[in-house]
Every structure is written in structure tokens, then in C-alpha cells.
Ligand binder design. Structure first.
Ligand code: C5P
Length: 221
């Protein structure tokens, strides 16, 4: 049988990262942070002085990238042997990622790399197109969402807790801009898979979200 995948898609700030990590740990499954891959590609492009919109040149960088992730509760990310976690978690890195993510050749170059994370006993895959493109045969597909205001509030609290000074109005504007770019792009636009369960977390706590999704997965296992 194919290794089971739990696909968690949705807009930025809906809590996908936190919820997906908790689910992976509860299930004892691997975890793929696909957004980190796009963030890394954007960082690599900038470091190589390649314009983010230069599709062939950005895509050509991908095969040579040595990307490593910490496992379990270690959420560090490494590029060519250097820890880049702080660099890629920045708001600006997210905005840059959404520019390279709109390039079909970049998405194609990352496809097999993402599928390689599918290893026994299972994978929790976090992103925008896990259920619609990368793992269309996922065991369970979830589209995790929340109102833009709620997502801006959450992001604000996260960043402030990390000591990063931000303005809530700017965050909301960034979230709206990134949603628009991710939903309107021609290739792999952000949308729920036809067979995804939509979970609106606006008024839910993290443990509530995790246990609701775990119950869905356990019913299918
Ligand atoms: O999830 P995260 O905020 O790290 O993603 C950064 C950007 O990468 C998103 O705004 C989106 O444009 C892109 N992305 C994507 N497909 C994925 C994951 C992320 O297009 N599977």
C-alpha cells in the first residue's frame, strides 16, 4: 500500500505549521514544510543575484540546492550547510517566496523533491497545493483557513513573541496581497481540493483543530 499522506493546505497564517507539526508528532509521521522550500529558493536566488521573476534562471538553481530540515521538534532549516531558519521565517522571505512560487518551472523543479518526503510510516504535508497537485492521492486532505484579520492577529503575536517589531496594519495588507497572489496565479492556485475538508480555525484553539483532524485521519487508517 502507498505510504499515507495527510495534506494540510491553506493560506498563510491559518496555523498550518503549528497544527501540522503537532499532527506529525501525534501520528509519528514525517513532516514536510513545503513553504520553506519556496522560501529557500527565493533566498538562494537573491544570494546568487538572480531576479525573482527570472523563471529559467531561478528554476536552474533548484537541483544544486542542498536543503536539510531538522526533525521532530527541531524546526531548523539548512541551506548549503548554513542554518537559514531565521532568514527564511521573515515576512519579507514569505513575500519573496510567493513571487518564485508563481513560476511554473520552479514548482516543477520542486515536485519530486517534495514527493521524496513521502516515507513510511506516513507524511504530514503542509502547503498550498499538497492535496491539489503534489499528493493528489493523499489519505486525508484538509484546507485550513481563518479570516484575514484573525491570521494577521496571530502572525502579529508570533512575531512580537520572537522580538520582531511589526505593524498590524502592514501585516494585514501583506496577508491580503499574498492571498491574492497565491489564489490568482495560473499554476497551482490556492484553493481547496474537491475532496478536502475545510476547517475554519477563526474561533478554534490549536488543540481543538488538532484533535478534529486526528479524528478524521484515525477513521481512515
Ligand atoms: O507557507 P509559507 O508561508 O511558508 O509559504 C510561503 C509562500 O510559498 C506562499 O505564500 C506561497 O506563495 C508559496 N507556497 C506555494 N506552495 C506551497 C507552499 C508555499 O506556492 N506548497
Amino acid at each position: 500500500d502507498a505510504v499515507p499522506v495527510l495534506a494540510i493546505d491553506g493560506p498563510g497564517g491559518a496555523g498550518k505549521g503549528t497544527v501540522s507539526r503537532l499532527l506529525a508528532s501525534a501520528l509519528g509521521w514525517h513532516y514536510l514544510d513545503s513553504g520553506a522550500l519556496y522560501r529557500i529558493v527565493a533566498l538562494a536566488a537573491r544570494r546568487s543575484a538572480v531576479a525573482l521573476e527570472d523563471e529559467p534562471r531561478v528554476a536552474a538553481l533548484v537541483p544544486a540546492l542542498d536543503i536539510r530540515f531538522g526533525t521532530g521538534s527541531d524546526d531548523s532549516v539548512w541551506l548549503q550547510g548554513e542554518e537559514v531558519s531565521a532568514h527564511i521565517r521573515h515576512e519579507e522571505a514569505g513575500a519573496m517566496a510567493s513571487v518564485v512560487a508563481a513560476l511554473p518551472a520552479v514548482r516543477e523543479a520542486l515536485l519530486l523533491r517534495q514527493r521524496a518526503f513521502r516515507q513510511a510510516p506516513g507524511l504530514v504535508a503542509d502547503g498550498r497545493d499538497m492535496g491539489t497537485v503534489v499528493f493528489i492521492d493523499a489519505l486525508q486532505k484538509v484546507f485550513l483557513t481563518a479570516s484575514a484579520q484573525e491570521r494577521a492577529d496571530r502572525r502579529y503575536k508570533q512575531l512580537i513573541a520572537k522580538g520582531i517589531d511589526v505593524n498590524i496594519g502592514d501585516l494585514l495588507a501583506d496577508i491580503n496581497a499574498r492571498d491574492a497572489r497565491d489564489s490568482s496565479r495560473a499554476v497551482a492556485p490556492l484553493r481547496p481540493a474537491d475532496d478536502a475538508i475545510v476547517v475554519d480555525t477563526t474561533r478554534m484553539s490549536i488543540p481543538e483543530v488538532v484533535s478534529q483532524i486526528l479524528a478524521m485521519v484515525n477513521k481512515k487508517r
